[in-house]
Design a protein around this ligand. Structure first.
Ligand SMILES: Nc1ncnc2c1ncn2[C@@H]1O[C@H](COP(=O)(O)OP(=O)(O)O)[C@@H](O)[C@H]1O
Ligand SMILES: [Mg+2]
Length: 274
């Protein structure tokens, strides 16, 4: 721990309302340091307190999954330290495909690596609840990490770390989650809503399109109304991969493949391409 407290390089990764993340190199290793605080109310957005608790909650979940993490409190909220996962997120990784720079078939290996991690999270009894391309990190050797477990649901946590599930980024939210958030202010994420979110992540990473069409600057409730009521964009990705994404985006949760089925189909598509 003493080594971990001696940073030899610190880089600010994100600093947004409610959350700041640093990439910290120490002689003992590379860590992500996350600091959370409540988001105050503005004219456009209601405030939210959960962002203050999120780092501690995530660390407790990492610990229950036997991953290293430490956490604590500071004046305005909580913080955590966790291992840094070097790599590139799925959206960045598939940029050459989106811009048409390379005309070759998709390399689905990174998608399978991410799907495998999601399936093993599901096997351990947890639902991620916030799957998005930025949370799917793929390393140089095609090992994946699914990060940001702050909203995961599954195991028992201390009461002080709990808050109602607030939904995820609407660009990846399944219709049933959007509907429930609009009606009740919260929702119960499921393995099926994770599969939907991963499907929407694959779709946007492969094509640049959001799963459902709504104006960029629409308020969140309007975005959610669209997700809850408007059919998703047609999936124009060809072949087995396109069929898979289409099934993952099914409006009926029970019609979606499980995360293990997603792995099997991606493995099949990789075999067929190879
Ligand atoms: N353990 C980690 N390894 C690598 N990158 C990370 C890690 N944790 C966070 N990051 C980077 O910081 C960004 C924000 O972190 P995230 O965990 O999503 O927090 P939040 O959404 O609360 O800001 C991620 O998109 C990623 O780029
Ligand atoms: Mg995040």
């Amino acid at each position: 721990m003493e080594q971990a407290l001696k940073p030899i390089g610190t880089r600010l990764v994100v600093n947004r309302r409610g959350s700041t993340v640093w990439d910290v190199r120490t002689t003992a290793g590379r860590y992500a340091v996350k600091v959370g605080r409540p988001v105050p109310e503005t004219d456009e957005h209601p405030g939210q307190d959960w962002t203050g608790v999120a780092p501690a909650r995530e660390a407790a979940i990492l610990q229950s999954l036997q991953a290293f993490s430490v956490y604590g409190t500071w004046e305005y909220g909580t913080w955590n330290v966790q291992p840094w996962h070097a790599g590139t997120d799925l959206y960045e990784l598939w940029k050459p495909h989106r811009s048409g720079e390379i005309g070759i078939a998709f390399d689905l290996t990174p998608a399978l690596a991410c799907a495998t991690k999601i399936a093993s999270l599901h096997d351990s009894g947890w639902v991620h609840g916030d799957i998005q391309p930025a949370h799917c990190i793929v390393g140089a050797d095609n090992t994946a990490a699914i990060i940001d477990l702050a909203l995961a649901q599954g195991g028992l946590l201390p009461n002080t770390l709990e808050f109602p599930y607030p939904g995820c980024l609407v660009h990846y939210e399944s219709p049933e989650i959007s509907r429930s958030i609009l009606e009740t202010g919260t929702a119960v994420p499921t393995t099926a809503s994770d599969v939907y979110a991963f499907g929407a992540s694959l779709f946007i990473s492969a094509t640049g399109w959001r799963h459902v069409e709504y104006p960029d600057d629409a308020p969140r409730a309007v975005q959610r109304k669209a997700v809850a009521t408007v059919p998703h964009r047609p999936v124009t990705i060809p072949g087995m991969f396109g069929k898979l994404v289409e099934a993952m985006l099914s409006p009926v949760p029970g019609d979606r493949p499980t995360s293990h089925e997603v792995c099997s189909i991606l493995a099949c598509a990789i075999d067929a391409a190879g």
